[in-house]
Design a protein around this ligand. Structure first.
Ligand code: KIV
Length: 271
């Protein structure tokens, strides 16, 4: 029996066992109780309360505006909807880059106020002191390398990262550094597939890709993108499994017509 079907609750240990056995890890974002409940029921391994909430929930252009309090609100709602998956929460921009003490107190707030299982942080060597401090407090950390949206103003664009040798070798060094520090997994975003495959081969911890090719240990997508709720984002790596925008707006259109025509409520729908 696969590790995935055997377990009642996904832990960081389960994920490393899955990597060892060559079983792929599935991960999706969620930001609220109802969606978390649906994707957990469908058998997702990891639920990420991503700071992409800033884009898809709040309508901001970048992930930078979302606050720690807002992330805590989303994460606590998600945790209430999840029974099996591991819940990972993004530390938002500005809550960990200042210094490692501030980083630890942000991570502690997330763990105490949401009951999530782990935090995720963007960056390598620049944030390693904070990563180590959080890990020493017993909080599991997932890394995030490649395209790191919290640094969009430094990059200036959302194009594929680490195509050049210099950036690729820094990414590889950063991945090793995060593994040595004790991270249980790393997200690799928008990098060449050959590099994703190489990092996954060299590291013992799971590498979860988003636009990092098929040679990594698992995949993550933003749930609003893969369900077609958000239609404004169509990168090459995105596979849309549904067109919920059309489905929902069709249903709402029918409701509007029924209300206007007096067809709703009918006799059985009233007291
Ligand atoms: O915030 C997010 O949704 C993420 C994923 C894109 C990995 O970090």
């Amino acid at each position: 029996m696969s590790v995935e079907t055997r377990v009642k609750r996904v832990t960081t240990h389960v994920l490393s066992e899955m990597k060892l056995k060559g079983e792929k890890i599935s991960m999706l974002t969620a930001y609220d109780y109802s969606m978390a409940k649906i994707i957990d029921h469908a058998g997702i391994d990891v639920v990420l309360v991503g700071d992409s909430a800033s884009n898809v929930m709040a309508g901001h252009e970048t992930t930078l505006p979302i606050t720690l309090d807002q992330m805590i609100y989303h994460a606590a709602s998600v945790v209430r909807g999840v029974q099996r998956a591991l819940v990972v929460v993004d530390l938002p921009f500005g809550s960990y880059q200042g210094n490692s003490k501030e980083a630890l107190s942000s991570a502690i707030r997330i763990m105490k106020e949401t009951s999530a299982d782990a935090v995720k942080m963007e960056g390598g060597t620049e944030i390693i002191e904070s990563v180590s401090r959080i890990l020493s407090a017993g909080i599991p950390v997932m890394g995030h390398l490649g395209l790191t949206p919290q640094s969009i103003h430094k990059f200036g664009t959302y194009v594929v990262r680490a195509r050049q040798e210099g950036e690729a070798s820094k990414l590889l060094d950063d991945a090793h550094l995060l593994e040595e520090a004790g991270c249980f997994a790393i997200v690799l975003e928008k990098i060449p597939a050959t590099l994703g495959e190489r990092v996954a081969r060299e590291l013992a911890i799971p590498l979860i890709g988003i636009g990092a090719g098929g040679g990594v240990d698992g995949q993550v997508l933003v749930v609003h993108d893969m369900l077609g709720i958000n239609q404004e984002f169509s990168p090459r790596f995105l596979r849309r499994y549904h067109n919920l925008f059309a489905e929902i707006s069709g249903a709402v259109g029918n409701y509007v017509q029924d209300v206007k025509s007096g067809n709703f409520p009918n006799e059985r729908e009233q007291y």
